[in-house]
Design a protein around this ligand. Structure first.
Ligand code: IPE
Ligand code: IPE
Ligand code: MG
Length: 232
């Protein structure tokens, strides 16, 4: 039995603690964290995962100090200038979930360019969630739906299956991983994880490598997903 989950979501947590343990500034943890995005995206692509959704910046992370936010805004530029070629060679498509307008124009430009350059790729979809919060996502979806109804564009007859089309991430999640030991969801993909398998690993994100990912996939393979029914 060796199923590969189609959609994997990761709450990339622990960059700050990883850096602190080494006597380094928190930004050093974010720098190494960005390197692991490359490592894990390439590994997920090889394994045949269809979509990898990485939580990089939440709607609540604006509470952090300005210099930390400033560094995080620069990371997409550093990351894509270094790795866009490799992402192309590996047929990886990059997308983003979240309200990008709140980021500096320079950051938005780098992001739009990466999305545009990789849009024809058919391998892994690497979806990076920034300024993403699931409550905000649900609220925006509800507002869009209400407006369509008010304008007479559709009947007020929404089905569960149709909810996805109003969300920033439409897919159901098979496997959700959170690194660095915290066991909470922190406003990530609340609708989409209804039947996800959850794995909380003590490994900090900057240390989360291909072996750690494979270990999570192995655990996933030993789970019995019953969806409310009985074991088959
Ligand atoms: C995750 O690491 C990255 C972001 C939330 C941007 P943290 O920065 O939350 O690291 P810890 O949790 O403080 O160790
Ligand atoms: C969740 O991590 C958000 C990201 C990984 C981007 P946080 O570190 O912000 O979550 P809390 O504050 O510990 O819940
Ligand atoms: Mg954290």
């Amino acid at each position: 039995m060796n199923k590969v989950p189609q959609t994997v979501a990761i709450i990339m947590d622990g960059n700050g603690r990883w850096a602190k343990a080494k006597g380094l500034p928190r930004t050093a943890g974010h720098k190494q964290g960005a390197e692991q995005i490359r490592v894990i995206a390439l590994a997920a692509n090889r394994m045949g995962i269809k979509k990898l959704i990485l939580y990089a910046f939440s709607t609540e992370n604006w509470k952090r100090p300005e210099d930390e936010i400033g560094y995080l805004c620069k990371l997409p530029g550093i990351f894509f200038s270094r790795y866009i070629k490799e992402l192309m060679e590996n047929n990886i498509r990059v997308t983003f979930a979240g309200e990008l307008e709140r980021f500096p124009e320079s950051t938005q430009k780098v992001i739009r360019k990466a999305v545009d350059q990789t849009k024809e790729n058919t391998g892994l979809n690497l979806d990076i969630a920034i300024n993403y919060g699931s409550r905000r996502e649900l609220l925006l979806g509800m507002q869009a739906y209400a407006q369509e109804v008010a304008e007479g564009k559709r009947e007020n007859n929404l089905t569960e299956a149709e909810v996805a089309q109003y969300l920033m991430v439409p897919e159901d999640i098979d496997l959700l991983i959170r690194t660095s030991g915290e066991e909470r969801i922190s406003n990530f993909l609340l609708w989409q994880i209804a039947y996800a398998e959850l794995i909380f690993t003590p490994v900090a994100w900057p240390d989360f490598d291909e072996t750690a990912l494979q270990d999570c996939i192995d655990q996933f393979n030993h789970r019995d997903r019953r969806y409310g029914g009985l074991t088959s």
